[in-house]
Ligand binder design. Structure first.
Ligand code: PEP
Ligand code: MG
Length: 577
């Protein structure tokens, strides 16, 4: 059986299926028969929970870093909290509740209490108490949690979705690939898969219901195909493909230290998209010249509360130091749309992607932006930081954001704190209005970075998350190419300014020749895409690329452009795996 989903991280994985679905738990309602025995069951469950959390925290710290591991420390604190443990014990003793019921009731009570508090800290505690409560209940009832941190053999992991805590725990040695029912190319899970360089297919609908534990499966993260129980012929075909992919990666790895330069000496920057300091290694390993997009919202999403200035400063400093003077573009908070923060209570909106998102939210809550800007400025002395504002629709917003930045600089001056006074400021071009008025905006910034993920959805009116209309989501569309050209022209008109691209399109090997020919200076992508794009850049002259771009601009539809791009790649004799 072959299922098609969204290829979210390239490569082929062939292994046994491991289905990871959390079960629903039924809580018994009977009275405690033997109070002493019930208290013992409860105390043992608490101890076991503590041991489990300590173990998870340790693995998370190794694989994902101290920051993400801190979530589990917050969980463990409840297990010593008299408001949790103490109340449950007295409910068992006084009201003869069974241990599971008492735990459930107190978890619910604390959840409701946190929910009612209009404070980011308590909003975050809500999710924590729910997790901890469920863990203790599982231990009381003897429900074995599926342990994905220690899997004895090579597997492909199947799940409805994978939460950050799942990916944190996941056995990185034996999980060879993963496939999920939900998720899109730009979801957190997809970004995580790419930074771990594990093949992944997401958005498969009902794959967890179709596949059984132990069945042989194939996941092709390049084409988005998942094969369950392949016949010998199919298996052989994919095995060959897997070998070719690995061989090809080895070949590409040899380009690591060579510049991204055309045969006639035109140079472009190939840089990485990162979501946390843990992604730095992948960018360096793949020969990235720096970071073109640091999605700082993941720092907020993986934290139980708004990360304070110090926490942010440390994360930015770590990345800047790792890149040792190479550029690191730090994007300010882009929350809203599909990215939510549990501790920021935002009203439900009819059209969240057109709503209070990113810079708009920061203008509504300027304190949020100020803390972040201060942290970036303070970190800026440890390397080459650039500041980038997302979701800008016109020059007025750029001026407003720069005004806030100026205020932060003045504060730091007064406090005698050093920062890079020449720090470059740029914006994301992801709203068509900004792309069209790039010439008006350019005097206010040092660079643009085109966010094709959103630019495409806003220009073509195609929801980037909606699978039903994904056939219309085509960044090769002439409208997008024209906008890209317009933006590049704007920075070309001013000395020392540049246009980059950090949407997924920048890492699409079929787009490289056209984008380079249009004059794009910087390509920012998932680390694993860098070698392939570098190979293409190094295979042509700039003149050839310009010719290809000009021809592409004359085509009428996105499909025509894409087909043309494929032919040009074929002519160069480059294989794309
Ligand atoms: C984009 O919109 O292209 C982009 C890079 O930002 P994000 O995917 O985080 O919205
Ligand atoms: Mg965007």
């Amino acid at each position: 059986m072959i299922k098609k989903g969204i290829g979210a991280s390239p490569g082929v994985a062939i292994a046994d299926a491991f289905v990871y679905v959390k079960q629903d738990v039924e809580i018994p309602t009977n009275e405690a028969k033997d109070v002493k025995e019930e208290l013992k069951i409860f105390d043992e469950a608490v101890e076991k929970s503590k041991e489990q959390l300590a173990k998870i925290q340790e693995t998370a710290a190794d694989s994902l870093g101290e920051e993400e591991a801190a979530i589990f420390e917050a969980h463990a604190l409840f297990l010593d909290d008299p408001d949790f443990v103490g109340v449950i014990r007295s409910e068992i003793e006084g009201n003869k509740k069974n241990a599971a019921k008492a735990t459930q009731d107190q978890t619910d009570a604390m959840y409701t209490m946190f929910d009612a508090m209009d404070d980011a800290y308590f909003q975050a505690r809500k999710a924590d108490i729910k997790d901890v409560g469920a863990r203790v209940i599982n231990n009381i009832l003897g429900i074995e949690e599926v342990d994905i941190s220690n899997i004895p053999n090579d597997v492909v992991l199947f799940a409805i979705d994978l939460a950050p805590s799942d990916t944190a725990q996941m056995d990185k040695i034996h999980v060879k690939g993963f496939a999920t029912d939900i998720g899109s190319r730009t979801s957190h899970t997809a970004i995580m898969a790419r930074s771990l360089e594990i093949p992944a297919v997401l958005g498969l609908g009902d794959i967890t219901a179709l596949v059984k534990n132990g069945q042989k499966v194939i996941v092709d993260g390049s084409t988005g195909e998942v094969v369950i129980d392949p016949d010998a012929e199919t298996l052989a075909k994919y095995q060959k493909q897997q070998e070719e992919y690995e061989q090809y990666q080895k070949e590409l790895a040899q380009l690591k230290d060579l510049p991204a330069e055309t045969t006639d000496g035109h140079r472009v920057e190939l840089v990485g998209n990162i979501g946390s300091p843990n992604d730095v290694e992948g960018v360096l390993k793949n020969g990235g010249d720096g970071v073109g997009l640091y999605r700082t919202e993941f720092l907020y999403m993986d934290s139980p509360e708004i990360p304070d200035e110090e926490t942010q400063f440390n994360a930015y400093k770590e990345v800047l130091e790792a890149f040792d003077g190479k550029p690191v573009v730090i994007r300010t908070l882009d929350i809203g749309g599909d990215k939510k923060l549990p501790y920021l209570q935002l009203e439900e909106e009819m059209n969240p992607f057109l709503g209070l998102r990113a810079i708009r939210l920061c203008f509504a809550e300027p304190e949020l932006l100020k803390v972040q800007l201060r942290a970036i400025l303070r970190a800026s002395v440890y390397g080459q930081a650039l500041i980038m504002f997302p979701m800008i629709s016109g020059v007025g917003e750029v001026r407003q954001a720069k005004e806030i930045l100026k205020g932060c600089m003045e504060e730091l001056d007064k406090e005698g704190i050093k920062y890079d006074k020449e720090i470059k400021v740029g914006i994301m071009i992801e709203i068509p209005a900004a792309a069209v008025t790039a010439d008006i905006i350019v005097p206010e910034v040092q660079f643009f970075s085109i966010g094709t993920n959103d630019l495409c959805q806003y220009t073509l009116a195609v929801d980037r998350m909606n699978e039903k209309i994904s056939y219309l989501y085509n960044p090769f569309h002439p409208a997008i190419l024209r906008l890209v050209k317009n933006v590049i022209q704007a920075t070309d008109s001013e000395v020392g300014k540049f246009t980059g691209m950090c949407g997924e399109f920048a890492g699409d090997p079929y787009a490289t020749l056209i984008l380079m020919g249009l004059g794009l200076n910087e390509f920012s992508m998932s680390a694993s895409s860098i070698p392939q794009v570098k190979k293409i850049v190094r295979s042509v002259s700039y003149e050839q690329a310009q010719k290809i771009a000009n021809e592409a601009l004359m085509l009428e539809t996105g499909d025509d452009v894409r087909k043309f791009a494929e032919e040009e790649i074929k002519k160069l004799g480059i294989k794309i795996v």
